[in-house]
Ligand binder design. Structure first.
Ligand SMILES: [Mn+2]
Length: 654
């Protein structure tokens, strides 16, 4: 991104900041960010900073909650057999755990069913409903799913089994004919906040059940012991961390810090969390959620649910180590599939695709979304990754920036077996024949308008004003996440004392700045050219803490870097020129088949030859056709080597 795309927010007036700092006893930076959010009076700012019970809405305001309260209370006392039907992601698992725990408190006969991603799929599944009912289920409570389960719900209702739907997903035009539907955005409801996640909705039901539907005035009246689960599911589902979500997630995180469930404590230890290290939303996003989600990605999510529900420390340790092994396996599979998908994605055949569709054979179904996200990061365009399983292609798509991929792909609905999702992410299934047709349609699309992204910067700040105490002050603004981004700071041309690369392919960057402040940037080979010229660099970063050998230090995480155009190295230019000349004279030679010979003739390594050809491809000078012939593109416009990403990688590796 160029520095032109940095959007430095307007700075609040000195008077506003002074008022906030003195009245609320907060520091100037924190006051500035709070004011930038629009909370400019001490009263509104205090309300934002201090989660409190008045920010929670009355659960009885949710659609059908009165019916649900009566029916579930009756079922619990009457000993009816209740099945909670959940989902295999973290929001679905935590929703299930909350609902089960609440019903258990009432003494209900309750069991949980988490559908299997591979056998059952997402949402109400009629075959499973039949089985559950045959086994004696008398009430089915869905959590984090249900609003699109018309067929299965109708079946159960016909069998005399009441289905209570609690969900937060987009509602289809025709809702299931269920006993009750609890949904924060139900068209016939009047709930003041629409952005609860599945576990948020489940918690509201739990609250109603455990407070006998009565309004509460104090936090202690809430089933606070379940708020940790709420925090996990809400952060994992990336719902807006404003309004009552902010309160529930703050309290939930506090609870995980103070007294984590045994399974979570063990899981965090395995994830490298050290004793004094605070658990923040980032900990959930990067340590907890990937691990527990891995369980549902590779097999049956039940293990993750059991880990969350267990009260036994030994059991917690045992289950956490099973989860760790599954997560390691998941990482292996991602690595393998990503490698294969990347090869296809980078081939010349796909160089001009506006929406990249990568399809493979028998790639693991559970990780295609992760692979699509990584390809988007790499290629800066929307990506769909499909895998051929049992005669049809199934997979996931992820968009780039704010582009509405769902709307675009929705135009070809006739070609799909299944299709669902939202603007930024989707899932689909398609027959091999129709995939060919889809590719044809995509290849003739007019140029897509993919919006340029901009980077919001809260303020410019010299490194000399950055310190652990500053970071500590800003933690008042936590939890960070959707609609409450971590503050970003712009730094203009700081003194860089040291610049090094890290990682197996030197894809990461670490800068040492004044006062031992470090700045790190991950997976940005294009930034690593700084190592050769660590001057006149500016960047935007967030502040974090690094815990290393028991010592904590301030660490900046680079969000964007702006560096002067690297001056083209004349020796390199000559070197590349020779290779270009060689290609020009040998367009009838298959490079792929004669790599050894050619490299030898040019006195370079095979690796360098590959890199150089890649640079020429990126610059639009050559193309590779027919499985290995490198052809000069006539009249290609002049471009400097430094405009190629691979060239920067090449430089960084010298
Ligand atoms: Mn959800």
């Amino acid at each position: 991104m160029s520095q032109n795309n940095w959007r430095v927010l307007p700075q609040p007036s000195e008077k506003t900041v002074r008022q906030l700092t003195t009245k609320l006893n907060i520091d100037q930076l924190t006051a500035t960010v709070v004011a930038q959010k629009g909370f400019i009076t001490p009263e509104t700012a205090f309300k934002y900073l201090q989660p409190s019970i008045d920010q929670l809405h009355d659960p009885m305001l949710l659609h059908d909650m009165d019916k649900v309260y009566d029916r579930l209370t009756e079922a619990a006392f009457g000993g009816e057999k209740i099945v909670v039907y959940g989902d295999y992601d973290l929001d679905g698992m935590t929703s299930t755990a909350v609902m089960v725990e609440a019903l258990e408190v009432l003494g209900a006969d309750v069991t949980a069913y988490l559908p299997n991603r591979f056998n059952d799929g997402y949402g109400p599944n009629i075959a499973v409903y039949k089985r559950l009912i045959a086994e004696g289920a008398q009430i089915i409570v869905t959590v984090d799913n249900g609003v699109s389960g018309n067929e299965a719900v109708a079946y159960a209702m016909n069998q005399g089994v009441d289905v209570i739907i609690t969900d937060h997903h987009e509602m289809p035009p025709v809702l299931p004919d269920a006993f009750a539907i609890v949904h924060p955005r139900h068209p016939d409801g009047h709930y003041p906040f629409g952005d609860l996640s599945g576990v948020g909705v489940a918690f509201k039901v739990a609250q109603a059940l455990l407070t006998e539907g009565q309004p509460i005035t104090d936090k202690s009246e809430l089933p606070t012991e379940m708020l940790d689960l709420v925090a996990l599911g809400e952060i994992a589902d990336m719902v807006s961390l404003t309004d009552e979500n902010r309160t529930m997630v703050s309290w939930g995180l506090k609870q995980i810090n103070d007294s984590p469930r045994p399974g979570l404590a063990a899981l965090l230890k395995n994830a490298g969390q050290v004793a004094n290290q605070p658990i923040i939303s980032e900990t959930v996003s990067f340590k907890i959620a990937p691990r527990l989600n891995a369980v549902g990605r590779l097999g049956d999510a039940q293990l993750a649910l059991d880990l969350l529900l267990s009260q036994d420390p030994d059991e917690g340790v045992a289950m956490a180590s099973q989860v760790e092994a599954i997560n390691a396996e998941r990482q292996e599979i991602v690595k393998e599939v990503f490698g294969a998908a990347k090869q296809i994605a980078l081939s010349d055949k796909h160089a001009n695709d506006q929406v990249l569709v990568v399809a493979g054979d028998n790639w693991h179904q559970g990780i295609l979304g992760i692979v699509a996200s990584r390809l988007v990061e790499l290629l800066h365009k929307p990506v769909i990754v499909l895998s051929l399983i049992d005669g049809s292609y199934k997979g996931s798509g992820r968009t780039y920036n704010q582009f509405d991929l769902y709307a675009l792909m929705g135009q070809y609905r006739d070609l799909y077996e299944t299709f669902g999702g939202h603007a930024s992410a989707l899932g689909l299934a398609i027959s091999p024949k129709n995939l060919t047709a889809l590719r044809e349609q995509l290849s003739v699309l007019p140029t897509l308008e993919v919006p340029e992204s901009s980077l919001v910067v809260n303020m410019m700040l010299p490194v000399s004003q950055m310190a652990i105490s500053v970071y500590d002050g800003l933690t008042l603004l936590e939890p960070f996440g959707t609609d409450n981004a971590q503050p970003t700071f712009g730094v203009t041309e700081p003194t860089i004392e040291k610049a090094v690369t890290m990682g197996s392919t030197k894809q990461h960057l670490k800068l040492t700045l004044t006062n031992h402040v470090e700045a790190v940037g991950f997976n940005h080979p294009d930034w690593t050219a700084i190592v050769a010229h660590p001057t006149n660099v500016s960047f935007v970063a967030t502040m974090g803490l690094n815990y290393f050998r028991g010592k904590k230090s301030l660490q900046l995480l680079l969000a964007d870097v702006s560096m002067p155009q690297v001056v083209e190295n004349t020796a390199h230019k000559k070197f590349f020129g020779q290779v270009y000349k060689f290609i020009y004279a040998h367009q009838d030679l298959n490079f792929a088949q004669n790599l050894d010979k050619i490299a030898k003739q040019l006195h370079i390594t095979k690796h360098d030859l590959n890199v150089m050809v890649q640079v020429f491809i990126e610059l639009g000078f050559v193309q590779v056709i027919d499985g290995g012939f490198v052809k000069i593109i006539p009249n290609a416009p002049q471009k400097a080597l430094t405009t190629s990403k691979t060239y920067h990688k090449f430089l960084a590796n010298r």
